[in-house]
Design a protein around this ligand. Sequence first.
Ligand SMILES: Cc1cc2nc3c(=O)[nH]c(=O)nc-3n(C[C@H](O)[C@H](O)[C@H](O)COP(=O)(O)OP(=O)(O)OC[C@H]3O[C@@H](n4cnc5c(N)ncnc54)[C@H](O)[C@@H]3O)c2cc1C
Length: 464
Amino acid sequence: MVIVGSGFGGLFAAQALERAEVDITMLARTTHHLFQPLLYQVATGILSPGAIAPATREVLAKQDNVEVVLGDVTAIDVESRRITATTLGIELDYDYDYLVLAAGAEQSYFGNDDFARNAPGMKSIDDALELRGRIYGAFELAEVAAARGNQEALDRLMTFVVVGAGPTGVEMVGQLVELAHRTLRRDFRHIDPRDARIVLLDAADAVLGTFHPELQASTRAELGELGVDVRLGAKVVDLDSSGLDYVDAAGAEHRIEAATKVWAAGVSASPLGRMVAEQCGVEVDRAGRVPVQSDLSLPGHPEIFVVGDMMALDDLPGVAQVAIQGARHAADHIRRALRGDHERRDFVYNDKGNMATISRFRAVAEVGALRVTGFTAWVMWLVVHLFYIIGFKSQVTTLIHWAVTWLGSERGERTITEQQVFGRLAMLASGREIRDKAARKIGPGVPDGDIPDAATEQPGPQGG
Ligand SMILES: Cc1cc2nc3c(=O)[nH]c(=O)nc-3n(C[C@H](O)[C@H](O)[C@H](O)COP(=O)(O)OP(=O)(O)OC[C@H]3O[C@@H](n4cnc5c(N)ncnc54)[C@H](O)[C@@H]3O)c2cc1C
């Protein structure tokens, strides 16, 4: 069988088949399993990438029935049951009897893809490191601007706008406040980081839109107490390097000058969803998700399961538990089918609740009818997240970094580099060329006369 993706869906599907008599090929465009819920902590210097992104190969090293392959899936032919994946321009085909598609979702700019240039999203380690570089870099440049008496630049550099008031946006602004008010408080000579202006924008009229109104209201109040400028009913209509424009609920246009913009506003499912949906005669929904049957398979193709952020079923949200439970459900079908039991069973989602941190010692959580705020919710959040981080090594590292940050005021991962900040834009400009050349170096029978030195042009493993 083939599993596409090494995120929550892909990894948990593979692990659920540990003892099954099946040869699994796991194809993913990154070499790691990513714990996305803590990306904002990498972006704000609390955690290292390694703590939330262990190598998939290492996680599955003891599971003999899995082969992990780095590859970007570019084609799926459901009739001939064949998948094509590309690694640095080299194409390889894989045949399957069963397919679990768990390729997740990508950042969506709602048709304004050019916004991505100046407002990175938060979907990958690359994104988080770029944001870290931009955030800490903005404070550095603000120090220079202040020393030179350039007030206009200073104001722009000290303004941080997060677009999207879901859990990711709320957690991000909370950490920006902590950073400015605790971690960086004494580190500068010309600026006071506490002067940073932190703005949270959303086109909707509530923060944490999927939570109970009571928790929305308490979160909004807490953000106000932290000094976050929350603007709801605010739709971003333009975004450039020096700021953004939005239209408010009354239709009036506003401009915010801000050097740092973070896009936490929307996702659209992997385009692989549309690719298989078209071949199975179903239409993807507005977010590009594939409507699956109640057993999570595709119509006419009981051998293909779509799980996690790519699937549309009963309005289930794009959260880790949906992916994990869906993956286990698909694995159960495959395991039983191997024993000759072909009964199709409906997927029943067990909602374990929602939670989001606001800042140090403050969170909101809802589990069934139970709604919790403040320190208790924060402890619940901490325990749950620690539990789901993959691997003992990552759990210990995370715990140490959390202790440093929450009990003290330090952050252990403040390193930023030029590559972090400018690498993506440089890749956009010339990355394909660099990759193709690198690929030719390992491709069969390709003359390498004009191939530049790999030491200076070797691409990283992260996909496009
Ligand atoms: C910033 C952020 C914060 C979040 N916070 C929470 C939270 O607090 N709680 C919660 O429950 N959920 C949270 N989520 C959502 C949760 O992370 C997702 O619902 C979950 O990761 C979905 O799992 P998945 O397996 O469907 O996709 P993912 O985990 O996204 O995995 C997708 C995999 O597919 C691979 N892939 C994609 N395209 C291709 C291709 N063409 N070829 C090969 N491989 C491919 C990727 O490399 C990746 O390995 C958050 C998400 C984000 C982005």
